[in-house]
Ligand binder design. Structure first.
Ligand code: HEM
Length: 410
């Protein structure tokens, strides 16, 4: 059901719209227009109205945790990574974060920024979220190195890595998500100006998910391999508290989290040559339904002990889910990746992949054991190569009047 409120009974079918012409669309379109209280003579006027409404959706900026993590993923995402332009004091960094907090909170509520050069572009937040992250240099500049959270560390060099400097490192992260790419682009440009007294751009990763209107809440999106990606993820606040958010014992960091951001290129050219059976075997799940190879529905629990008539594991030994399966609760984390597609590279091969973003309360204990197991052996490595790697501390959220990072920088 479209968010504008039309029921499926009186919605105009795609075919009606495609063939156009008054006769084909007349009756149902007029009913739809009536349902909106419009006097629209054409169905696209009514549909235009529905789109406007979903663009008005707002995600709260203020709160115990920063938004953009537990928030259901938006259809577009940007990870804008900055480095220090020059040495800055704790006060200077706090000043930038105060201004950035005010501007980000305004944009997320659908208001233009105070120093906005194009206020019209802020009118449709479409679930805009802005999430700030700190690299270790912020802790050293603010003379707060002792406050680097427990377990926060770079990912050790892995044998599968072919890291490029241009996609790695960084001192400040501004992660932005929205269902409206225009709003997102505007927010990104505006916030880059707001932090520019101290920070300059290092790299920007731009990604997308399937159009949000295409999936129902709780439904898993597909990645560019066609796989349902995100089946095993924390689903409610209890699981987020266990796996993602730092607890009260972490002092200033309570309500924060740690982000592993990796750019992973995907070799679509060779992946495309596989049939459905091999694609399913590589992951250990049916490529179409997302069900484990031992089940029938996406959310069935995989049976890792099941053998086929030849005595071989039904979920192959080197499949991605067998190798990544987290086993103990201690190793679980949130994966919230976006796809990227930059056309073709200089070799005329698809320049596509995953902006892999994992959020965990402790990178060393929870994330690295899983990553090392996958680097050691995972069928998916035949078609994937990590080309970028950064880690960020995501400070807790704040209340109105406060600022992101206040418990560290005040
Ligand atoms: C391009 C790279 C990758 C692709 C295409 C990919 C794809 C997938 C897919 C399709 C699933 C099964 C459905 C699901 O539970 O989401 C999955 C599961 C999983 N992946 Fe990945 N993945 C990638 C990289 C990684 C990396 C780098 C890690 C961590 C270091 C990781 C950790 C996991 C975990 C923990 C699961 C859930 C396992 C379970 O408990 O069943 N993946 N991945």
């Amino acid at each position: 059901v479209p968010r504008g409120g039309a029921s499926s009974d009186n919605a105009v079918s795609r075919r009606d719209l495609l063939i156009g012409g008054g006769a084909a669309i007349g009756a149902s379109a007029l009913t739809a227009a009536g349902a909106f209280g419009l006097s629209a003579a054409f169905p696209n006027e009514a549909l235009g109205y529905q789109k406007q409404l979903s663009g008005e959706e707002v995600v709260a900026f203020f709160g115990k945790n920063q938004s953009g993590i537990q928030t259901p993923i938006q259809s577009h995402g940007v990870f804008a990574v900055y480095k220090f332009k020059h040495q800055a004091s704790r006060n200077e960094i706090a000043g930038v974060m105060k201004a950035a907090t005010v501007e980000a909170s305004r944009l997320c509520s659908g208001k233009s920024g105070l120093s906005d050069t194009d206020p019209m572009l802020a009118e449709s937040p479409a679930r805009l979220t802005v999430t700030f992250g700190f690299g270790t240099n912020i802790f050293s500049s603010a003379r707060q190195k002792s406050k680097i959270p427990e377990g926060f560390t770079e990912i050790p060099k892995l044998k599968i890595d072919q890291l490029e400097e241009k996609w790695s490192g960084g001192d400040l992260l501004i992660q932005i998500g929205s269902d409206n790419p225009l709003t997102l682009s505007h927010a990104n440009r505006h916030l880059s100006r707001v932090v520019s007294s101290v920070f300059e751009p290092l790299y920007t990763q731009i990604g997308f998910q399937g159009f949000s209107g295409n999936t129902r809440p709780g439904e898993t999106q597909r990645n560019l391999f066609g796989q349902k990606d995100g089946t095993i993820n924390p689903k409610n606040s209890e699981e987020f508290n266990d796996q993602v958010w730092a607890g009260p014992e972490t002092d200033w960091f309570e309500g924060g989290t740690q982000l592993v951001l990796r750019r992973i290129s995907m070799k679509l050219g060779t992946w495309d040559l596989l049939g459905e059976h091999d694609k399913s075997a590589a992951i250990g799940r049916d490529i179409v339904s997302g069900a484990p190879l031992t089940g029938t529905e996406e959310f069935d629990t995989p049976d890792l002990d099941a053998k086929n008539e030849l005595g071989l594991s039904v979920i192959p030994d080197f499949s991605h889910i067998r190798r990544s399966v987290t086993g103990s609760d201690k190793n679980k984390f949130l994966r919230r990746p976006f796809n990227y597609d930059n056309g073709v590279n200089e070799l005329n091969e698809p320049d596509v992949g995953l902006i892999f973003a994992a959020y965990t309360s402790n990178i060393r204990e929870r994330f690295i054991p899983v990553q090392e197991r996958l680097a050691e052996m995972d069928l998916l490595n035949l078609w994937t190569t990590p080309i970028g790697s950064s880690v960020f501390v995501i400070p807790p959220g704040c209340n109105e009047g406060g600022f992101i990072g206040e418990t560290l920088l005040s």
